[in-house]
Design a protein. Sequence first.
Length: 246
Amino acid sequence: MKAIILSAGQGSRLLPLTATSPKCLIDFSGRPLLEWQLRSLAQAGVREAAVVTGFAAEQVEHALEGLSGLGMKLRTVFNPFYALADNLASCWMARGEMMGDFLILNGDTLIEPGVAARVVEGAPTAPITVTIDRKADYDADDMKVHTEGDRLLAIGKTLTADVVNGESIGFLRFSPEGGAAFVAEIDRAVHTEVGLKRWYLSAVDHIAKTEGIVGVRSIEGLDWGELDFPADLERNRAMTAAWAKG
């Protein structure tokens, strides 16, 4: 199983913290966010990771050089359009890595090892599997989902409250069939006028609605967190501090 981690962005909403160093290298309890991700993946048995870089790419490459002890084959894919495009472009730049069974993990999602284990264990629910969590209510920035059983019907930030029954945590699993469908869709999208400004999950939404091959897997009860705003720092540092003690 290979993981593709989307870490090209600067994280401008966290300025000035990210003025000279990317969001994926922000320290949490003695380790950068990217290292926490790789350690969780390694503990779940993932042995290969391609990290998509962009802003301050050389810093990310240097950080990866110090992680050889994880027992993973690590490499980078550079996205020169990171400042102009959204993360669909990062996926398009990494499309050569999307063969066989693979995972995509957002570069700003912290996951405990149990999350990665639940995603990779057993047979997938569908050619594309979106990892979700559920909570009492959802805000405007949540990547909300509409599901029916284990099937994804729609995903997006603007879904209406009457259909929302979960949120994506930014962690997906692809079979060879699902990967081929995803690559075809992001390739189609980047050739449109607005393609570079789209999230890659908009491609998953389109596949779910037109091909019906997208499922979900819940990680309810396990710890994870996003890093979007300064307010996220304190919560995530408390969470990783507990992981470090464990």
